[in-house]
Structures are given as structure tokens and as C-alpha cells.
Write a protein that binds this ligand. Sequence first.
Ligand code: SAH
Length: 349
Amino acid sequence: MNEEMKQLADRLIAVHRLSAEEYEKLITGRDEELAEYLAKAAVAEQKRIYGNEIFVRGLLEISNICKNDCIYCGIRRSNRNCERYRLTEEEILACADEGYRLGLRTIVMQGGEDMHFSDDVLCGIVRKIKELHPDCAVTLSMGERSREGYAKLREAGADRYLLRHETADPEHYKKLHPAEMSYENRMRCLRDLKELGYQTGCGFMVGSPYQTAANLAADIAFVESFKPEMCGIGPFIPHHDTPFAKEPAGSVELTCFLLSVIRLVHPHVLLPATTALGTMHPQGRELGILAGANVLMPNLSPVGVRKKYELYDNKICTGEESAQCLHCLATRVEAIGYRLSEGRGDYRG
Ligand code: SAH
């Protein structure tokens, strides 16, 4: 680590912001020593705010039917080889119950943009979960919707919403999405969610096709200004039935580096060590936590559908029962000096 990089790192640690050009410099000029230096500072911030608790979110993959055609995604509508499924309301409630019994206090419903899950249908499910488990937070990750839809869902009791911005560069956005999707609408959704009082999550893939260091610097600058309560980042992993099948995957090393940078830019942010990170490396999620992440999202979906919710190849945790997944995670975090939290794990802003 040379003197210039050290100075940038120290300023980031002290004032939690750099210019976009400086973020880019940090990314392109990084080495192992810098990564360790930032990780140490990031973990210190995480522990100062959240202690050694890792928050757990039960992830329910409620449908892989999608009207969108994101080029990178395995469940895009053009993928004829994807075997489609949709959970019934009864199945969703049964999985939520199981999560509750296992001690989870956040239920995340994620899915493709499946028109069956209209605002009214989804509101009904959110209401039921909140009625049965009033001490649980309900998080939605159901894509782009109207402001009115987001407002209704919020009134029905949804607490949080995850919608990755995917890239903060409109030109890069166009290379990852079909013409009918827009960067502007994605950003409109994020603004609406925040204004409606959701704990809001943005995020992006690391190493997505055509991504430059300047793009990543823009992503960090976006996180710095938007101040999301949550930020999901994970390596891009190619899916064999998409146009990006032959593209290289993103790196674990760069993902962990960026986790540290994001923790330092926005110390209170809830930052998951994602399943994609775990897919790229057997200890990927532990490495993420040791870089500053503090959230894990075990899979609560019925085992029979987990392989079908295939956003990318070789996704992990598709075979085990939810209880096993949770036990495995508890053991893993204890081995690195953390423990799984029993609470809702709200943002401490
Ligand atoms: N339909 C919802 C949920 C999308 S899936 C929505 O639009 O928000 C959740 C996230 O998985 C996406 O936001 C994307 O960043 C990530 N993802 C999709 N395909 C991926 C791939 N091939 N590799 C890694 N992450 C991927």
C-alpha cells in the first residue's frame, strides 16, 4: 500500500466519504494490505454499532415467473428452459410459520415480477403474516411497482423493501437490461420506497458484464448519497441459459473489498453476506462478515422449489431443510466469533 492509498484510506475511515474519482482510485489501486486495512476498520465500525450479532432473514422465493428479461438473470422471461413455479398463499404462510418456529423474526418474500402477485394479492399475504406474527418484520423484494402499490403494501404492514439499483450508471444499466426497462424507473422506485417510510435496500452485482471501476465508484457514491438502510452486493455469476453464459464471474476478493468500503461510507447500513458470495467460495459468507457484512439470509423456501429459483449457476443451500441451513449458519458464525441474533434486526440509524 503506497502513501497515497494510505491517505485515501485514512480519510475514508475518518470522514466516511471520498469523491467518485477517489473511490475509483481506491478500487484500481487496491492490494491485499489495503484490503486488510479497510476490513479491520470496517469490522470495527460494524461492531461499534451492531456488536458481534449477525442478523438473520428468512428468504422465501415465492415465484420464479417473471415478466422482465434482465440479461443476466436465469429466471428472465426468455429462458424457455426455466421450469416455472409459484407458491400458494398456504405454502407461503406455512414457510413463514416454520421460519418463526426456528426463531427468525424477519421474513423476506422475493420473486420474479409475477403478475399474479398484484398489489392486492400481496397485501393480503403481508397482512396475514403480520397478523400471525406481529413481532416479525416483513421485507418485500418483488421488483418495480407503482408508488400507489408500494403505499398499499406499506399500509398492509410491509416494513422493508429490497430493490437493487443494479448499477448507478444509466449507460451500463442499458447493457444489462432490455430496452423496455429503465434506470429512471428503478431510481423512481427507490425514491418512492424511501419516502413511504420503508427501510429500503439498494445494491448491485460485482463484476457484472461491461462493469468498469468507474461504474463501481458511481455505485459507492450512490450509496453515500442515498443512505439506504440496507445494501445487497454479491458477485455476478453467469447462468448457462442467458446471453451472459460465457461471461466471467465477479470476484470474491473485490466483493469483500467493496463490502468494507460500503461499511465505511455508511457505517449503519445493514449489509448481507450473500448467497452468491457463498456460491463463489466455500467460506464466502464468512469472508463477507470479516470484511464488514452483518446480515445472513438463509433460504426458507420449500426444498422442492429451491433449484428452480436459479438466478445463476451452482446456487448453494438448495438441498437442505431450513432448520439445517440455520444450524449450519449458526455454527459458521460462531467459528469466527459472532453469533446469530434472535431479534428483528432493525436499522440503527
Ligand atoms: N425481481 C426482483 C428480485 C430480483 S432477484 C427485483 O427485480 O428486484 C434479486 C437480485 O439477484 C437481483 O437484483 C440481482 O442483482 C441478483 N441477480 C440476478 N441474476 C444474477 C446473477 N446472474 N448473478 C448474481 N446475482 C444475480
